[in-house]
Design a protein around this ligand. Structure first.
Ligand SMILES: [Mn+2]
Length: 544
């Protein structure tokens, strides 16, 4: 049974979500829990860079919180071979208290299911024909069922399935049609011979009685089989009718479930059938258990620890059908609800990983070098190298503590490489770079567009600039814009390089601090399009 705590961040995971999931799962494991880090979607390039740098596996992809059959407690499956007798099947049911047996063929493949009502077919099914069923019983199975040994075995054995208990003598007996039938009797070699004469295919000699040599030879001649049993006639007559194989009465139309099906889906499917217990099959086709209605109504839900979010629209699908056991987050308190008290930690700081670092210390633990590297990276990512407005002194202190533990000597250099991992420019086409994040605006009679991307190293921008400028000029003309601007913004927030074309180019030339030529320049103070560039630009455009 599954006793994991799944630690998971928000949809469209960023580095904080992923690193918090891995480190909080690590912390829980150190606290004796069985925790596993998860993610809701693909990793971005920055996060990939971090995980590679600190030798971490990609967390488990999980997009649905519901429990699967493989997560819950199932019944042990009970198997029986297709050629085993109904008598043996009753015995297995009694021993295992399992009323539903899975029938396996010679190749060990599931070929049917046998329940009490299958076994009781001759009692409860009006069309059941005991003689027909008994005609299929093999000599070996009959011998086993009546607890006997085969004394005479013809080359082939096939009876018509009628069973006679021989109590009469001589002539009276002849009015019964013993031909091709099975005769149960005890001592008295005259009777035994008479049965053979009448064409019986099998004599079952009860009470451990002796069969003389003459009868044995006679039976061999006439191709009549003989079984001897120590049991009395009553017992033999009662049990022999269970000598046919389960194959004859099993249900061949099998409804089975895969172990990765969700429990509540399975419950719905079960409502459409009346089977008591269904086989559950794993990815290799192996039966791992049996599921019944009881299991789908009483099971342990999957347990989740949420990191870096607490809002339902950010969380994993179907969380309402799982159990939340912890939340660690630095965002506003969301709308996830719980039925029971949980571990809940919300704290105003720049990154969930700042909180996780504190939780290690509160529990008297130290994150190892790898975990420290993840925590550090996530804080630098969420706070843009400690420059965002959300950054607190605690974030800064935590970063220097973690940097030492992770063996990072120069945090700024590391931050630039890490933040730059997601903004590769050199392999991308100019059109794609422009359209990574392009917004179109209208102010008064002017139409213009502003694109923005980050860069980590200025040399990369210089390398692509000649082609980029040509393309920008063309796109501005094609779209008949009054102005088209591109900002290449330093990942560490140390200014933006501007490239722009269109009739209004002179407006931008006046606006930015350093002009390279009529269509490019640099401003160390503008890093936000929305908060810094747009207010200035609309002010100017309204006044010309
Ligand atoms: Mn975060």
């Amino acid at each position: 049974m599954n006793n994991y705590i799944y630690v998971i961040g928000h949809k469209h995971p960023d580095s904080d979500s992923i690193c918090a999931a891995i480190t909080y799962a690590d912390l829980l494991c150190h606290l004796g829990k069985n925790a596993v880090a998860c993610r809701q979607g693909p990793l971005n390039d920055e996060t990939k860079y971090i995980l590679k740098r600190f030798n971490q596996e990609n967390p488990l992809l999980l997009t649905d919180a519901r429990a699967m059959l493989k997560d819950i407690q199932l019944d042990e499956p009970t198997f029986i071979k297709a050629d085993e007798t109904v008598h043996h099947a009753w015995h297995v049911m009694l021993q295992t208290q399992n009323r539903s047996l899975f029938v396996m063929d010679d190749a060990d493949q599931l070929c049917g299911i046998c329940t009490t009502s299958n076994l009781a077919k001759v009692r409860i099914h009006p069309d059941a024909d005991l003689e027909q069923l008994m005609s299929t019983a093999s000599l070996d199975n009959i011998a086993r069922t009546v607890g006997g040994i085969i004394v005479t075995k013809p080359e082939s054995f096939h009876s018509n399935g009628t069973i006679h208990v021989i109590t009469l003598d001589g002539k009276e007996m002849q009015s019964f049609h013993l031909k091709h039938g099975i005769c149960i009797l005890s001592s008295d070699s005259d009777k035994q011979r008479m049965c053979i004469d009448a064409g019986a295919k099998l004599l079952v000699i009860t009470c451990g009685q002796f069969v003389d040599q003459g009868v044995l030879e006679y039976a061999k001649d006439k191709k009549c089989a003989i079984i001897k049993t120590d049991f009395d006639t009553m017992h033999t007559a009662r049990t022999i009718t269970e000598s046919y194989s389960v194959e004859e009465v099993m249900t061949k139309h099998i409804i089975s479930f895969r172990d990765d099906e969700f429990v509540d889906d399975v419950a719905v499917k079960m409502n459409n059938s009346r089977v008591r217990s269904y086989p559950v099959i794993d990815v290799d086709g192996k039966i791992i258990g049996a599921v019944s209605r009881y299991h789908t109504r009483n099971y342990r839900r999957r347990q989740f620890a949420l990191v870096d979010h607490s809002a339902m629209n950010q969380t994993i699908n179907h969380l309402d059908q799982a159990e939340v056991v912890a939340i660690v987050d630095h965002h506003h308190i969301g709308d996830v609800q719980t039925d029971a008290p949980i571990e809940y930690r919300n704290h105003r700081c720049g990154s969930t990983c700042t909180i996780v670092s504190t939780l290690y210390q509160e529990n008297g633990l130290l994150p190892n070098a790898e975990m420290s590297g993840l925590l550090l990276s996530a804080i630098l990512s969420d706070t843009l190298n400690l420059k965002s407005a959300t950054t607190t002194d605690e974030d800064k202190l935590t970063v220097s503590w973690l940097a030492e533990r992770a063996g990072i000597r120069n945090v700024d250099d590391y931050a630039r490489d890490m933040l730059g991992a997601s903004v590769a420019l050199t392999d991308a086409a100019p059109h794609d770079i422009l359209n990574r994040d392009l917004k179109t605006y209208e102010i008064g009679k002017y139409r213009f567009a502003i694109g923005q991307t980050n860069y980590s190293h200025m040399e990369e921008v210089q390398k692509i600039l000649p082609n980029f400028r040509k393309n920008l000029e063309k796109e501005q003309a094609d779209n008949k814009l009054d102005l088209m601007v591109m900002l290449f913004t330093d990942v560490m927030g140390e200014g933006s390089l501007f490239v722009y074309y269109g009739p209004l180019s002179y407006v931008l030339t006046d606006l930015i601090q350093t002009k390279f030529d009529d269509h490019s320049g640099f401003d160390p103070n503008i890093i936000s399009r929305k908060q810094q560039l747009m207010p200035k630009l609309s002010e100017i455009l309204k006044n010309i």
